[in-house]
Each structure stands twice: as structure tokens, then as C-alpha cells.
Design a protein around this ligand. Structure first.
Ligand SMILES: N[C@@H](CCC(=O)N[C@@H](CS)C(=O)NCC(=O)O)C(=O)O
Length: 201
């Protein structure tokens, strides 16, 4: 299989961490939907990465669907099999992805020329980012991981989103307000899967 993705996308990093944790062989095809002449629409009509192309040529998007497909392909499992535990992990994943969505909306708005930027839109997205970070901190509490002692897909998604914020919007400085989140993310960053998927400087 191959993964069509950029090295900076938080959604792609979530998938790349899963691939690395499960030691699944996967070719990395570096692409961005924003490149002139991008090939991403060949794989995803929505022109978004990541896309996982299976060995029989099936294109899977988005990252939530890719995670669903990858989880049973190798140990350890990052998604509980059923019930409220599974729903909570998927909810935590949605929280992480939602923080990334709001952060990226701000990042893109700020790329527009200053006179065309909408401060009210930026504030609206920033409120989601801030409330999302607070929710991750609340969910973690004093635990090792969001769901207790076991690393789950929710931790991976939230960590990828928070690390993306640090990479693109360092002024948010969430670590300075949330020491427990800082310790949690340091443990995650020490894992080879996170170390191998750091965005380029
Ligand atoms: N919900 C999607 C989000 C994917 C997404 O927005 N990817 C960004 C890169 S970080 C992208 O390709 N954007 C191109 C665009 O919006 O045109 C997922 O989880 O895969």
C-alpha cells in the first residue's frame, strides 16, 4: 500500500504514527493538495490528503476511514472493539481532528492579504482551538493517556493536532498553561513513531 500525504499535515501524521506503531510497510508518496499540478485529485476527488492506496488500488480517505482500515492490520490496537469505549476513542479522535480543522482554518485565513482577512472568523476558529485544548486537558486529567493506561487513537489524533499548533501557531503556547498535557506529549514524542514523523523544520 502507499500513503499519499504531506509531511506537515496533522491528519497524515496521525496515519503515519499508526503505520509506524504497527510496523506496517507502506510507501510514502509526498504530495500536497496545494502544489501546482498536484496529483491528489487522482486519488481523492476532494483534493485532500491523506489518501491510503491499498495494494488492489482502492483509495481510502479521509484519515478517520484510513485509521479504521489500518487498526486491525497489526498490533497493538488503538480502537476498542465496541461500545462506549470505542465511541469515546472516536470522539477523542474527532476532538483532535476538530482542533486541527480550526487551527488550519486560521492558518489559511491568515495567508490571505491582510485587508481580506475576517477577524471575526479567526476569533470564532480560535475559540474552538482554545476550547478544544481545554477539553483535551480535562479528558487527560491525571491519567497517563486519555482513556487511562493504554495509548489510543484519540491520544494520537489530539497529540498530532497540538503538535501541529505548536509548529504553525507557536503563539498559542498551550504547554505553558497545561503542564500535564506537556508531560503527556513529551511521553508521546519520545516514541519512535512520533520522532520519525516530525514535520520538517
Ligand atoms: N478530514 C480530513 C481532513 C484532510 C485535510 O483537510 N487535509 C488538508 C491537508 S492538512 C488538505 O489536503 N487540504 C486541501 C484543501 O482543503 O483543499 C482528514 O481527516 O483526512
Amino acid at each position: 500500500m502507499k500513503l499519499v500525504a504531506s509531511k506537515t499535515s496533522p491528519y497524515a501524521r496521525k496515519v503515519r504514527v499508526l503505520l509506524a506503531e504497527k510496523q506496517l510497510a507502506c510507501e510514502f508518496v509526498e504530495e500536497s493538495a496545494w502544489n501546482a499540478g498536484t496529483t491528489v485529485p487522482r486519488y481523492n476527488p476532494l483534493n485532500k490528503i491523506p489518501v491510503l492506496v491499498t495494494d488492489d488500488g482502492t483509495c481510502l480517505y479521509d484519515s478517520v476511514v484510513i485509521a479504521e482500515y489500518l487498526d486491525p492490520l497489526g498490533a497493538p490496537s488503538f480502537i476498542p472493539p465496541a461500545g462506549l469505549e470505542r465511541a469515546c476513542v472516536r470522539r477523542d479522535e474527532a476532538l483532535g481532528d476538530g482542533i486541527a480543522d480550526a487551527g488550519i482554518a486560521i492558518f489559511l485565513e491568515r495567508k490571505r492579504e491582510a485587508a481580506r482577512q475576517d477577524p471575526a472568523w479567526i476569533d470564532r476558529q480560535r475559540a474552538k482551538v482554545d476550547a478544544g485544548i481545554e477539553a483535551v486537558a480535562r479528558e487527560l486529567g491525571g491519567k497517563a493517556y486519555l482513556r487511562g493506561d493504554t495509548l489510543s487513537l484519540g491520544d494520537v489524533a489530539c497529540a498530532c493536532a497540538l503538535l501541529w499548533l505548536e509548529f504553525r501557531m507557536p503563539e498559542i503556547a498551550w504547554r505553558s498553561r497545561h503542564a500535564a498535557l506537556g508531560r503527556w506529549i513529551e511521553r508521546l514524542e519520545a516514541r519512535p513513531s512520533f520522532a520519525a514523523t516530525r514535520p520538517p523544520a
